[in-house]
Design a protein around this ligand. Structure first.
Ligand code: NAP
Length: 255
């Protein structure tokens, strides 16, 4: 087992990539914290892990709220006593509940669209990282894995708020990594290409075809591809990785 007894908190793990990481990490012996904004989603994944013989607890919180994040960490530490690995994964592709449209021209973005996207991805990554470091620095160990995107490395058209948030996460990762490496804390990012999850189920048939054409592997990736990269970055196998961006993306290079 690569993560025996490690206390791992995964944000937004009631679905998609986070859920897959939770399932895999529990099999590897971790005690997993399943955070989600939706109580039912967090509880379902927690139950799924427990039924498979793993250790998991649900932590319902909106990670875009500084106060909610502080409370979540207090609850997590009360349950598990420490935090060894934090995965900042929670995210959204669209900012308007009533509007299924994911792609928006920059001129059509409202202030609310912009702030909601930045808050959910970038503010949340900062809030959770700040809380985790308060425990990891005195312990002189820890791993933080931030979920970026090819949107943050190559850019994507009609998603400038999402790309800005993901680009910010990647720069934040590099800075914090340099700051805390001397404490034995390794901070890295994963920049997935397009992966089959409920988030990409929102793509129109036309957008999906464009993604497949633009991906040399000729398909979307699977959540397992990202969970495997996260396991590597969380385990002793990656002890010399500092401030890196690992990008399982099927060969995607274009914007
Ligand atoms: P997903 O299936 O929609 O899962 C994301 C989860 O995060 C959802 O359960 C979502 O709840 C939750 N969430 C949203 N806002 C939250 C908040 N403020 N606090 C707590 N939880 C919150 O999406 P996914 O594809 O697994 O994406 C996971 C991460 O990977 C995201 O950061 C995404 O940007 C990134 N990513 C995904 C892809 C891809 O192709 N799938 C590619 C690159 C990067 P709701 O369902 O209620 O919103």
């Amino acid at each position: 087992m690569k993560l025996k007894d490690k206390a791992v908190l995964i944000t937004g793990s009631g679905s998609g990539l986070g859920r897959e990481m939770g399932l895999l990490f529990a099999v590897e012996g971790a005690r997993v914290g399943i955070n989600d904004i939706r109580p039912e989603a967090a509880q379902n994944v927690t139950t799924e892990i427990q039924r498979a013989g793993g250790v998991a607890t649900a932590f319902v919180a909106d990670v875009a709220s500084s106060a909610a994040v502080k409370q979540m960490f207090s609850d997590f530490l009360a349950a598990y006593g420490t935090i060894d690995v934090l995965i900042n994964n929670a995210g959204i592709a669209r900012t308007r509940q009533s509007d299924q449209q994911v792609l928006l021209a920059t001129t059509d973005l409202t202030d609310d669209d912009w702030h909601k996207m930045l808050a959910t991805h970038l503010d949340a990554t900062f809030y959770c990282t700040r809380e985790a470091l308060k425990t990891m620095i005195p312990a002189s160990r820890g791993r933080i894995i931030n979920i970026g995107s090819i949107a943050g490395t190559a850019g994507l058209p009609f998603a400038s708020h999402y790309c800005a948030a993901k680009g910010g996460i990647i720069s934040f990762t590099k800075s914090v990594a340099l700051e805390v490496a001397k404490h034995g804390i390794l901070v890295n990012a994963i920049a997935p290409g397009f992966i089959e999850t409920p988030m990409t189920a929102l793509l129109t048939a036309e957008a999906r075809e464009w993604v497949i054409r633009s991906t040399p592997a000729g398909r979307l990736g699977q959540p397992r591809d990202i969970a495997a990269a996260a396991l590597y970055l969380a385990s002793d196998d990656s002890s010399f990785m500092v401030g890196q961006v690992v990008s399982p993306n099927g060969g995607w290079t274009t914007a």
